[in-house]
Design a protein around this ligand. Structure first.
Ligand code: GLA
Length: 344
């Protein structure tokens, strides 16, 4: 991995997709399984290289971002808020020259479709970061930790760098291997926003992660390798429920990937619904609005399954449907599995 830097005056354009997670939430940061897909919506960074600062304007915000290169850690405050991601990426990539340019995106911000990971990955590539999909994703995950202090897992950044047209991505977050899973032809994926701002996301996400670590410390083997029966060793009922979500979710991800691979959409959809129930009851990251949206979608003919997607506490619901269902929905979008990030 490295930063190629580029020539002063050179113009570059990099694009990174957002992602929707079909199944496997709150499993990545304990080394579990996830099944996201990169989508045909994303973020593009256009940059003219030069100077000792990174200056960006965004179609979504009238205030520009202006960050100096050469700092090992991002400044404590950067305004506007998206500038923190820029500062995190600049610190991690450490490019020899800065640049000025624009950011444009057709991803809704903060809706659980990884708008921040798409910005990080597109900017890292525009600043000249080179390396494997995994290396770029890991650098951008570090940038997110530095930028906003959210101890996120690797899923979002790795989905953004590893996307494959027509495929979901089975990611093993212990071995960090990505296995493309073909999406059956007669299926569509739709994403419906709840409209809820994810106000609690940062603090509650860190709290859930800490609870899982506490549960894991009372178990003989990593969470990934224990059975639900072995959870008796965890004395606290709340911690046991948190861990039970992860153990059962990992099993659902593997089963869902197999079902999709076999074209069994009914089983894949049923597993998505079970995932939502587990996220709501055991992991407690759903909201009444997300639950209602899932119920409403499940009442629509042709919907195989629906669940909250991403961290929860608001954001979006994802549904697996027969073709044509999405077109008839008043809200939301049909999303298609797209290739990973690249210079364009
Ligand atoms: C956020 C994080 C991911 C993952 C999901 C929940 O999107 O960035 O790493 O933990 O939440 O599955």
């Amino acid at each position: 991995m490295g930063s190629s830097g580029g020539r002063v005056g050179e113009r570059v354009r990099a694009h990174a997709p957002g992602r929707v997670n079909l199944i496997g939430d709150h499993t990545d940061y304990s080394g579990g399984l996830v099944l996201p897909m990169a989508i045909d919506r994303g973020t593009t960074v256009d940059l003219e290289r030069g100077g000792e600062r990174v200056r960006l304007t965004s179609s979504a915000d009238p205030s520009p971002v202006d960050v100096a290169i050469g700092a090992a850690t991002p400044p404590a405050t950067v305004e506007p808020h998206w500038g923190r991601y820029v500062a995190g990426v600049v610190a991690v990539v450490d490019p020899p020259v800065g640049g000025s340019g624009t950011v444009s995106s057709d991803l809704p911000i903060g809706a659980g479709l990884s708008s921040s990971a798409a910005l990080e990955v597109a900017l890292a590539l525009a600043l000249g970061l080179t390396g494997s999909s995994l290396e770029v994703a890991q650098a951008c995950q570090r940038a997110e930790h530095l930028a906003v202090g959210v101890p996120c897992g690797i899923m979002d950044q790795l989905a953004a760098t590893s996307g494959r047209s027509g495929h979901a991505l089975l990611i093993d977050c212990t071995t960090l291997t990505v296995t493309p899973v073909p999406l059956p032809e007669p299926a569509e994926v739709i994403v419906v926003p709840s409209g809820e701002v994810r106000a609690l996301a940062t603090s509650a996400y860190a709290e859930r992660r800490a609870q899982l670590e506490e549960a894991a410390a009372q178990l003989p083997r990593p969470l990934r390798d224990v059975s639900v029966d072995e959870l008796e060793a965890v004395k606290d009922a709340l911690l046991r429920r948190r861990a039970r979500h992860v153990i059962t979710e990992n099993a659902r991800v593997a089963a869902c990937a197999a079902a999709l691979g076999a074209g069994d959409l009914a089983t894949a959809g049923r597993l998505m619904v079970e995932s939502h129930t587990s996220l709501a009851a055991d992991f407690e990251v759903s909201t009444p609005a997300l639950d209602r949206l899932v119920d409403d979608l499940l009442a629509v003919p042709g919907v195989y399954g629906a669940r909250l997607t991403g961290a929860g506490f608001g954001g979006c619901v994802v549904a697996l449907t027969r073709p044509g269902v999405g077109r008839r929905q008043a809200r939301g979008w049909i999303v298609r599995a797209a290739p990973g990030a690249s210079l364009v």
